[in-house]
Ligand binder design. Sequence first.
Ligand SMILES: Nc1ncnc2c1ncn2[C@@H]1O[C@H](COP(=O)(O)OP(=O)(O)OP(=O)(O)O)[C@@H](O)[C@H]1O
Length: 246
Amino acid sequence: MTDHVLEAQSVTKQFPPVDDQPPTPVLRGVSLAVFPGEFVAIVGPSGSGKSTLLYCLSGLEDLTSGEVSIAGRRLSGLSRRAQAKIRRDHVGFIFQSYNLIPSLSAWENVALPARLAKRAISAEDVSRALHQVSLGDRASHKPSALSGGQQQRVAIARVLATRPDIVFADEPTGALDTEASTQVLDLLRDVADSGRSVVMVTHDLQAAARADRVLVLRDGAIHRELLRPTADDVFDALAHARKAVA
Ligand SMILES: Nc1ncnc2c1ncn2[C@@H]1O[C@H](COP(=O)(O)OP(=O)(O)OP(=O)(O)O)[C@@H](O)[C@H]1O
């Protein structure tokens, strides 16, 4: 038994060489653990490996070496199918581009993951999730009839409806204005406060400052770890990481 919902040990990642270029390590031995109810942000200079780390932690990308466990289950050595089942049972994803199905209504988008997993989902569960993100009155709207912020809130409702243990968010506020970003971050904060974990990659200092813990990535490794930092603390740590890279 483990009390971590996510654990990574010495994760490395190297992509296959392109043309005659030598392969460059993108992740160089990242170890971390995330507890239930914790909101963790990953920041770092462009190209430092943030998105790659998120995809390796969530099992969407294979590791070159190291170990990742989600809800106490090691991903390495499992078949793609078994990994997908762990993701389905324990993991939710939020992307910068929302990833909603354009031809489906908000209601149908929220119900979709459970339906694809052939898992029962009640109309109450879907309605509750849409109400949680204050979109109860937009259930029949297609994504094209919703603002960016509303679409991202549908994506959050879709995650809430599956009740995951951990939510991975890749730049969830990257395409949103300040007001919509604040709403999305408030919801992610609520997700963590309700006992689920959130791991979010972001460039946004204000977004990072909503997290319990901020990991500053530099050149594929964790350079610093900040506990409940202010946006200024994150800014200073990033400036230091950029200087160290230059
Ligand atoms: N599929 C891939 N094949 C080859 N190289 C890749 C691949 N994906 C990412 N990389 C390289 O890995 C490095 C890290 O990329 P990654 O997207 O993880 O960085 P990031 O910190 O998220 O960057 P940004 O902040 O600009 O989004 C970059 O040099 C990128 O070119």
